[in-house]
Design a protein around this ligand. Structure first.
Ligand SMILES: Nc1nc2c(c(=O)[nH]1)N[C@H]1C(S)=C(S)[C@@H](COP(=O)(O)OP(=O)(O)OC[C@H]3O[C@@H](n4cnc5c(=O)[nH]c(N)nc54)[C@H](O)[C@@H]3O)O[C@H]1N2
Ligand SMILES: Nc1nc2c(c(=O)[nH]1)N[C@H]1C(S)=C(S)[C@@H](COP(=O)(O)OP(=O)(O)OC[C@H]3O[C@@H](n4cnc5c(=O)[nH]c(N)nc54)[C@H](O)[C@@H]3O)O[C@H]1N2
Ligand SMILES: [Mo]
Length: 665
């Protein structure tokens, strides 16, 4: 039951639902599973397996994600499987893979405590990664300097030695200017550059125009602060560069990631203890979901679907052929709905109606599907659109299994709570459907699933449940049951012997590309969206409790802009982008720089932020530019100065009206 006062109550699902005459009605498990399976079978028969898509749950266990991608590949016969990794760190995986051949963060949390310098670039871990932030604070306590690069003076920045408040979308000029300064000051690590990298000369030429003055003009960061960060990073014995969505939720996000990696290549801050590159992953198991192969281009253990040998091993184990082609990303699946090329969607634990940009487009696309099955623990807005809703019971505290965190550590969890009666385990639901589609799957325990996949995935092979329990988790790679690898990756790049070094890490030759949604006289404010401490994503999982800190959706604005617009704290304003508009109370905040405003997407039933965002996406990773919309802010015509509490009156253009169930027959 939701009690936050900003949204209608969500119910924990305990009974399957099926659509009849346009309405969802309760059904037995038998009927719901039959309907779900028949819809998928009909779709494959009529239109082929590649018109099916699976969105797998980044909050659920590794085991469940393994079974979800196996279902997609071995039962339906397509590689169209993806997850919310697409909306957050897919560019980190793409950028790290392009440079190093592997998409994981390179360090461990312990190393963040044992380092001399920590840079938090485009991330606010005080709110979004509080456990990791404890390690950062221990590092600071142990003497590390802390730099924060963020347009907002975040609560993480409150702990920093230096905050670099840059203009949204100017990370590449800033990184290039830091690189240039390191080169001009003679602070490069020449041993590492010559042994471990390629493309340095081209990189030097590329960054040459980004003088401190040019970068100051573009980024808004004072030249002196850029210089200070450059010198501190290059001179530090050990340094950790951590980034998050401020880097990855842009139309050129993979380039952003490459620009940051370049700095570690210049200085040798990778491949050794205490120095590294850390994308702080989003959902609790988004790292694991990708590692399990719930992505369209990789099998379990990050093995390329185009690698014939790898594919044959899985085909032999599963007894089914696997298509030798990359499937569609989540982004491509939604685009393909426009053309009728994606017609059946199976959503396990995602809420795209409220997490995708441009709500109208998302709902129109979902409505165009022939068959939508949603398996969730709550009746989400996405579930309300489904033909069949399957109540899952596998929320993290209700199941056995493993999760993988941002430092690549696989950890064992044990069931702590009984699921509500009527719900079924995610894995068992997948088995029920597989069996209705002609397979003969048993109902495995989590450990049996894990043992099946570790036989197929070299990087997980040495992690038995027993060992995971004894060692309190193990970082991948772990190739055998009697070995452990170092806590950091890519030590090979430091080897003197070229044969042992392998492929060098290439500098990324990337240029600056400003945000797609341009500022002009009509839309003069830069809106960036993100998170607050007490709420989680689309709010489905966090709205069931009340807290004095939670005030619903707000528009954070600088005191200067508030004064210029003549709006007071708590007053409701209209915020419009080129796509839509919402009504939202303002919060005047010193964390904001003039010209910049901030909203979350935590209260979509109160204020639908996704009416403002746009779906310009990174061409390599498919991630949307959630971090940069252009907006206009208007006082309401009647000058009504509703206070913050009245924000809950749920006024809102398009946002506030109670959503009628979309007609999908
Ligand atoms: N409390 C809480 N924790 C969460 C979540 C949650 O909803 N609530 N969600 C989880 C998920 S799914 C994820 S992916 C992570 C996300 O974790 P974070 O990425 O840390 O969270 P965000 O608030 O989305 O964005 C981070 C910062 O990017 C900054 N930023 C915006 N534009 C730019 C830019 O152009 N350049 C730079 N350098 N910075 C910019 C914003 O000001 C913001 O402070 O959090 C996870 N943890
Ligand atoms: N404007 C804007 N939009 C954004 C972002 C942003 O920064 N700004 N960030 C993007 C990012 S990084 C992300 S990750 C996405 C998040 O987008 P989503 O993943 O779509 O949103 P969540 O609210 O996290 O939805 C999680 C769902 O999983 C269900 N669930 C939880 N555990 C289980 C389980 O064990 N089994 C099953 N079957 N279901 C379960 C929950 O009930 C919930 O409905 O949003 C993206 N959208
Ligand atoms: Mo995320």
């Amino acid at each position: 039951m939701r009690t936050d006062g900003f949204t209608a109550p969500y119910q924990r699902l305990t009974r399957p639902l099926v659509r009849e005459d346009g309405e969802l009605r309760p059904a037995s498990w038998e009927e719901a599973l039959d309907r779900a399976a028949e819809g998928f079978a009909r779709n494959v028969r009529r239109h082929g397996p590649n018109t099916f898509g699976m969105l797998s749950c980044a909050r659920a266990t590794n085991e469940m994600n393994y079974v979800a991608q196996k279902f997609t590949r071995a039962v339906i016969g397509t590689n169209n499987v993806d997850s919310c990794n697409r909306t957050c760190h897919a560019p980190s995986v793409a950028g790290l893979s392009a440079a190093f051949g592997s998409g994981g963060g390179t360090s461990s949390y312990q190393e963040v405590e044992d380092t001399d310098l920590i840079i938090l670039w485009g991330g606010n871990p005080r709110f979004a990664h509080p456990i990791f932030f404890q390690h950062v604070l221990k590092g600071v306590h142990n003497g590390a300097r802390l730099f924060v690069v963020d347009p907002r003076r975040t609560s993480s920045a409150a702990w920093a030695d230096r905050w670099l408040g840059l203009n949204v979308g100017t990370d590449i000029p800033l990184a290039h200017a830091i690189g240039r300064e390191i080169i001009h000051a003679g602070l490069t690590n020449d041993t590492f550059i010559s042994r471990g990298t390629s493309g340095f000369d081209e990189y030097r030429a590329l960054v040459e125009p980004w003088t401190l003055a040019a970068a100051e003009a573009e980024t808004g960061v004072p030249a002196e602060a850029i210089r200070e960060l450059a010198h501190a990073y290059a001179r530090a014995e050990r340094a950790q560069l951590c980034w998050t969505l401020g880097i990855t939720e842009h139309h050129n996000a993979t380039d952003n990631v490459r620009a940051l990696i370049n700095l570690s290549l210049l200085t040798g801050h990778v491949g050794r203890y205490g120095s590294g590159l850390n994308p702080l992953r989003g959902q609790n198991n988004v790292q694991g979901g990708g590692d399990m192969g719930a992505i369209p281009n990789r099998l379990t253990g990050f093995q390329d679907i185009l690698d014939t040998e790898a594919r044959q091993r899985f085909e032999a184990a599963w007894g089914q052929p696997i298509q030798p082609r990359h499937g569609m990303t989540l982004t491509q699946m939604f685009e393909a709905m426009d053309e009728g090329e994606l017609r059946a969607l199976y959503v396990i634990g995602e809420n795209p109606v409220q997490s995708e940009p441009e709500t109208e487009k998302t709902t129109r696309r979902l409505r165009s599907l022939d068959h939508l099955v949603v398996q969730d623990i709550f009746l989400t807005r996405t579930a309300e659109m489904a033909d069949v809703v399957l109540p899952a019971s596998a929320s993290w505290c209700e199941s056995d299994g493993t999760f993988t965190n941002s430092e690549r550590r696989v950890q064992l969890v044990r069931k702590a709570l009984d699921p509500p009666p009527g719900a079924r385990d995610d894995i068992h639901i997948l088995c029920d459907l597989a069996n209705r589609l002609g397979r003969d799957w048993s109902y495995p325990t989590a450990e049996e699933v894990w043992d099946e996949l570790r036989a197929l995935s070299p990087m997980h092979r040495g992690m038995s449940y027993q060992r995971l329990a004894e060692l309190h988790g193990i970082q991948w790679p772990c190739y055998s049951e009697d070995t452990l690898e170092p806590s950091y990756l890519h030590a090979r790049l430091w080897e003197e012997d070229p044969a042992r070094r392998g492929e060098p890490a290439a500098f990324g030759l990337v240029g600056h590309s400003p945000p797609v949604d341009l500022l002009d006289d009509d839309y003069p404010f830069r809106l960036t969206t993100g998170r607050r401490l007490d709420d989680y994503n689309t709010g489905v999982q966090t709205s069931g409790f009340s807290s004095p800190l939670r005030r619903g959706e707000l528009l954070d604005i600088s005191p200067e802009d508030a004064a210029a617009l003549g709006v007071r704290d708590g007053e409701t304003v209209r915020v419009s982008s080129r796509r839509g508009s919402v009504l939202v109370p303002v919060s005047v905040s010193r964390s904001m720089r003039p010209g910049l405003v901030f909203m979350t997407f935590h209260f979509p039933d109160q204020v639908d932020t996704q009416l403002l965002t746009l779906d310009a996406t990174d061409p390599i990773a498919g991630t949307a530019e959630y971090k940069a919309a252009a907006v206009r802010i208007e006082r309401l015509a009647d000058g009504s100065a509703t206070d913050a509490a009245a924000g809950a009156e749920r006024t809102g253009a398009g946002a506030a009206a109670p959503r009628a169930l979309p007609a999908r027959t």
